[in-house]
Design a protein around this ligand. Structure first.
Ligand SMILES: [Zn+2]
Ligand SMILES: [Zn+2]
Length: 459
């Protein structure tokens, strides 16, 4: 997700950005940093007037959307990561931001409150009157220089306006609501096939986070295990339709577990990684046990299976899968040969086994004090969580091969199937089948977003 920030001086843009960067792990793309780089290059004094001058020069030389395009060049704006661009002041920047799939937030406040905020942090010599403050702002709202600032027009284009007239806590609450609101749109009926693993994690948090936050990590993981045991029963009974449902639930509880770890302040479980980060660390485009792609573990002599001592190389970040189904394709590429000769029942066993291994590791972390340090135990836990995801992907691939025609029929109601091609199940289709509505994600039980099942739960 890319959030562009705009707003008035003293409105609280910095507070909003700080919250997104420090609490939400957004990558900070600061316009100020770009202008200061240029000021240093020219060897002139760093002050507000020079910043306005070099900003206008850079826009005139490289295009009015320089801020967005320069950060696109520097960061790549990869879909798995979240970026906050501070701050947008030209309409061309907004157009490019939206072209990159970003959304624009404006942070504003009452002018008297803003004036007070600015005066309280200004030095003695920078003190100005309220009238001067308004006059200066008028210029920035609509700069006569065509490459200059057009803050007024930019603020009018904002998708979300945060009114920061009260405490920082109040602003944070508005930010959480805005994130949840945009997260609902992150995975929708139009884009679910293109959604990334991180998008699904955020979207499920928007749907269930208010309930999961009240659950313990143990309790969240119990749900994964229950669904894995139901899944094994579906496979035993040859009921692939129900198997899809339970796979969707295993996935949902697994991303919820990863998100809950990300939000935990327990040092034994907290992490900055998303599920996608955990999976990429364990499976960086290769089989971690034999180090090859496709996997050659089935070839005698090449296997070096030893969970804890496993040294896994860093993956090439340009090869990291972008969409959820790209992860499925990656696992298919690595393991479909190895799994071709294994019956689906054995793969289902393995998925159940992996959910049990996460539980074992949770027990090691929460009940045992001896042995490995908490960092090692945590790493092992997240590797096990990554394994669950990898087996979900492998099982989806195997279902396509085992139940080829019924699986195709299950998805042929889709409208986006290319004529003449046979639809296959992918994880995103299975998830949409279970949690999709005509527009947004909804809870498969109560059919609302956010889920309202908690009214019947004892938490
Ligand atoms: Zn292997
Ligand atoms: Zn519900």
């Amino acid at each position: 997700m890319i959030i562009g920030i705009t707003g008035t001086d003293g409105g609280g843009k910095g507070t909003a950005v700080e919250y997104l960067v420090e609490k939400k792990g957004f990558i900070h793309c600061s316009a100020r940093a770009l202008w200061i780089d240029e000021i240093h290059r020219q060897g002139i004094e760093v002050n507000r007037a020079n910043m306005r001058i070099v900003a206008n020069e850079l826009r005139a030389a490289h295009g009015d959307d320089f801020l967005i395009m320069e950060y696109k060049r520097r960061t790549g704006f990869t879909p798995e990561k979240n970026y906050v661009v501070e701050s947008l002041r030209a309409t061309a920047e907004v157009a490019s931001l939206k072209k990159e799939g970003g959304i624009l937030w404006a942070v504003d406040a009452n002018p008297h409150i803003r004036y007070e905020r600015i005066q309280s942090r200004a030095s003695e010599s920078d003190q100005i009157s309220f009238e001067e403050f308004l006059k200066h702002e008028g210029l920035e709202m609509n700069d006569p220089d065509p490459h200059g600032m057009q803050k007024g027009k930019v603020i009018a284009l904002a998708d979300v306006v945060l009114q920061n007239n009260s405490t920082p806590g109040d602003l944070y609450l508005q930010i959480e609501k805005a994130l949840a609101g945009s997260a609902i749109g992150i995975v929708n009926s139009q884009n679910y096939l293109a959604a990334s693993l991180d998008d699904w994690q955020t979207a499920f948090y928007a749907l269930y986070g208010h309930i999961d936050d009240k659950r313990s990590l143990d309790s969240i993981w119990r749900h994964s295990m229950v669904n894995a045991s139901k899944f094994s029963s579906d496979i035993r009974k040859n009921n692939f339709g129900l198997a899809f449902t339970h796979l969707a639930h295993i996935f949902c509880w697994t991303v919820s577990f990863a998100e809950r770890c990300r939000r935990s302040d327990d040092e034994h479980l907290s992490t900055i990684q998303t599920l996608a980060d955990m999976v990429w660390e364990k499976y960086p485009g290769i089989c971690p046990y034999c180090g090859t792609n496709p996997c050659s573990c089935s070839s005698p002599g090449l296997v070096q299976k030893d969970g804890n001592a496993l040294v896994i190389p860093k993956g090439d970040p340009t090869k990291r899968p972008a969409t959820l189904d790209d992860w499925g394709r990656m696992f298919d590429y690595i393991y479909s040969n190895a799994h071709a000769v294994i019956p689906i029942e054995a793969l289902a066993f393995h998925l159940v086994e992996e959910t049990g291994e996460v539980t074992s590791q949770l027990i090691r972390i929460t009940e045992m004090l001896n042995g490995a340090t908490s960092e090692e135990k945590k790493r092992e836990l997240f590797r096990e969580v990554a394994d669950v995801f990898s087996w979900v992907c492998s099982v989806v691939s195997k279902i396509n091969k085992t139940y080829f025609y019924p699986a195709a029929r299950h998805f042929e109601k889709e409208t986006n199937v290319v004529y003449g091609s046979i639809p296959t199940a992918t994880l995103s289709k299975i998830l949409w089948d279970e949690y999709g509505s005509l527009t947004d994600l909804i809870c498969s039980t109560c059919k609302t977003n956010p889920c309202s099942c908690d009214q019947k739960l004892r938490l």
